[in-house]
Design a protein around this ligand. Structure first.
Ligand code: ZN
Length: 264
């Protein structure tokens, strides 16, 4: 799937200046031509159009991490950055974004405070440091942080509203926290391409909350390391949709040695 470099800014209809005489004459000649086919401009939030307009949010899951390699939970204490394989995955994405002209369009870069996300952002945009934000972290579970990974204890929908310990977030609270921060970021960068280096849980939160679902309901999502999920945010003015989904878990830049399997 080609990652297309969209124009850096859209032109708001109300900001357009009136046409001068030469432009009016040109428009009239074109209007008089029977062969002229007038192109429609995409309307704000028009989901039927394949290019949505608004703030473009590129959510990138970090590359494979040393904590995963060691089988421990990589929270604030346990995260020790990317593994060698993880760096190769992110470098592959960096080459793709760069060659598609997307890196040059990025107007803001964010990452969680965890080293694997910060490293991911730094590889993707080496000329600028990311704004780091704890609200973009995976679920906060301090008692499990740095401990051996164990299988998930989520069994029922109700489990998503329960915390694993008094200081831990529930998944429902985690999803709300992550989605709220992503909304704030989108609203503070209108009509900008924003790159967010983050975690599978944050991307799941975005898909759940912005998709109008509840934690523990809807799809369980497969989100690969160094994959891109692209959302577009546009305040609902002429459309009921404030979020659009352009791509999900796009990891076509990873070959079989770096990704989950052969790329289709
Ligand atoms: Zn945090």
């Amino acid at each position: 799937m080609a990652l297309i470099a969209q124009g850096p800014e859209r032109r708001h209809p109300q900001r357009r200046s009136l046409p001068n005489r030469r432009e009016r004459d040109t428009d009239e000649r074109h209007a008089a031509s029977p062969r002229r086919v007038r192109r429609r401009r995409p309307r704000r939030g028009w989901i039927g159009h394949n290019r949505l307009v608004g703030t473009r949010l590129l959510l990138v899951r970090h590359g494979h991490s040393r904590a995963e390699e060691d089988g421990i939970v990589g929270g604030h204490a346990g995260c020790r950055g990317l593994s060698a394989r993880g760096r190769l995955q992110v470098q592959s994405l960096a080459r793709r974004l760069d060659s598609a002209g997307v890196t040059a369009l990025v107007g803001a870069v964010y990452a969680s405070v965890l080293p694997r996300a910060i490293e991911t952002a730094e590889i993707l945009t080496p000329t600028r440091g990311p704004v780091t934000d704890c609200a973009l972290c995976e679920i906060h579970e301090p008692t499990r942080d740095g401990q051996p990974r164990v299988p998930s204890n989520l069994r029922t929908v109700e489990d998503f509203s329960r915390s694993s310990s008094p200081r831990a977030e529930s998944y429902a609270a985690f999803f709300e926290r992550a989605a709220r921060r992503l909304s704030q970021i989108a609203e503070s960068h209108p009509d900008t391409t924003v790159l967010v280096a983050t975690h599978a849980g944050v991307i799941q939160a975005a898909m759940t909350i912005f998709g109008g679902l509840s934690a523990g309901q809807g799809f369980q999502l497969a989100i690969d390391h160094a994959s891109i999920t692209e959302l577009v945010h546009d305040p609902p003015t002429t459309s009921p949709f404030s979020w659009g989904l352009v791509r999900f878990n796009d990891a076509t830049h990873l070959d079989a040695s770096l990704g989950p399997g052969p790329v289709l």
